[in-house]
Design a protein. Structure first.
Length: 443
């Protein structure tokens, strides 16, 4: 296909010349993919497997992709160069990656796609492989949204009220107070469920994810709880953080005592009510003199423009030295360097809930539920539903440099990539990732 670019002109011929039958294909598309998949890629390379790095091209800007690939010192072996609306991106990934896999299959190779989490690429790429008879290794498998019961939240004289924040946190730590079934985040919850059906090995971060997978009927012997590879990337970035130049650009962040805001989910940015509730909380903190760092992504910018807030937020950044308004930073090491200084992270991101657990930074999740609910039950994270600015602000201030939240146990493991590839190799000693019923039934 003309749209696909390859690292070398004779890509498939060179691949065919290799003796190895299995081709491990690490797929990346978005910034979180790069962070979590590159440790897996490096571990496979270290063990001398035939491994390729495939980029869909979904995140192609320097800030979202290029800078980080340079930082990690890797270059994709092929790029699908997908563009367009979400439905176009999905169809392009399936079609173009399906072509790449077909060429490999014709050359006698067995492809093992490694897909990550709940991304569009995980959903589309796993399908592209499955229809060629290649089952995926699903890195960060089984993440499902749980939503706490909101029965004690009520409207009083036109204002939402809730229990004391400390009581709310204790309520959230009890698994019995959560229920499943959410379609949010959209489309991520669809993506991860769809990916699972084409997966031959589910690498689950925590026991809760294994619980979800078993309840959905997946075989226990193909689910491994290994932790989350974000740990490998984050701890490596911590080691590099001393060399970060980010505090030259934002010297006020060096002393800490700030909240990092990230509002980018479609359900938050696409809803006037939700976005205004979150924006109002952030604005109130700015006006009170609290340190605020807003990392603005595409969806954030769209919401600001749609609601007529773009000029206001730019004016706030000019008139308040305690407010830093920035596009996403290209280097992961800079992100981790700054986040180690933060008093709290207020985010609707999934990965940042994990990263804050690794770093020991209090986290406030700006959603009604969470697909990392284990980090909330663990005590280092707390939900602030986007329904009223004063409640969101109250929750953020509760979490601000909260020592008890900082001391929450680390739950995402160590040496995760190494453990994960151990599991893959053990399966390949016995058979294939795509398991036929004869093997499953020991016939």
């Amino acid at each position: 296909m003309q749209e696909i670019t390859y690292r070398t002109p004779k890509f498939f011929d060179e691949l065919q010349a290799r003796e190895e039958r299995h081709v491990h294909v690490i797929l990346i598309a978005t910034k979180p993919d790069i962070i979590k998949q590159i440790p897996m890629y490096r571990e496979l390379k270290k063990r001398k497997h035939l491994v390729l790095l495939g980029h869909t091209g979904q995140h192609y800007s320097e800030n979202l992709s290029g800078g980080m690939l340079k930082e990690f010192g890797v270059e994709p072996d092929f790029n699908l160069n997908v563009r367009g609306a979400p439905y176009e991106v999905v169809s392009q990934i399936i079609g173009r990656l399906g072509f790449v896999f077909a060429e490999m299959k014709q050359r006698g190779k067995i492809v093992i796609p490694y897909v990550h989490g709940d991304t569009t690429t995980a959903m589309a790429a796993s399908n592209a492989g499955f229809f060629h008879g290649f089952a995926s290794v699903h890195v960060e498998a089984g993440i499902r949204t749980l939503t706490p019961a909101y029965g004690e939240w009520k409207m009083d004289n036109g204002k939402w009220t809730m229990k004391d924040v400390s009581e709310w946190r204790e309520f959230l730590k009890d698994r019995k107070n959560w229920e499943g079934g959410s379609l949010e985040p959209y489309p991520e919850q669809f993506n991860t469920r769809c990916s699972e059906a084409a997966t031959g090995l589910h690498l689950a971060p925590v026991e809760l994810d294994r619980e979800f997978l078993r309840a959905e009927g997946y075989s226990a012997d193909r689910i491994a709880v290994v932790g989350n590879s974000v740990v490998d990337a984050t701890l490596e970035a911590v080691e590099r953080s001393a060399d970060s130049k980010i505090f030259d650009q934002y010297p006020m962040l060096k002393d800490g005592d700030f909240v990092r805001f990230c509002i980018h989910r479609r359900e938050n940015c696409g809803s006037d009510r939700r976005f205004l509730a979150l924006y109002g909380a952030m604005k109130a903190l700015i006006l009170e003199g609290r340190g605020v760092l807003l990392i603005s992504l595409f969806q954030t910018e769209d919401a600001l423009k749609r609601l007529g807030l773009k000029e206001e937020i730019e004016a706030l950044a000019k008139s308040h030295e305690n407010f830093f308004y920035s596009p996403v930073w290209p280097k992961y090491g800079d992100v981790i360097a700054a986040m180690q200084k933060a008093a709290v992270c207020a985010t609707d991101s999934g990965s940042m809930q994990e990263e804050m657990n690794v770093l020991g930074v209090p986290c406030v999740t700006l959603r009604f539920g969470s697909d990392r609910s284990e980090s909330i039950m663990n005590g280092g994270n707390i939900i602030a539903p986007p329904i009223a600015s004063d409640l969101v602000k109250q929750t953020i201030l509760y979490a601000w440099n909260n020592d008890e939240m900082r001391q929450a146990p680390k739950i995402y493991g160590k040496g995760v990539s190494e453990k994960s590839i151990d599991v893959v190799e053990n399966i390949l000693k016995k058979g294939e990732i795509f398991r036929a019923d004869e093997e499953r039934l020991h016939l």
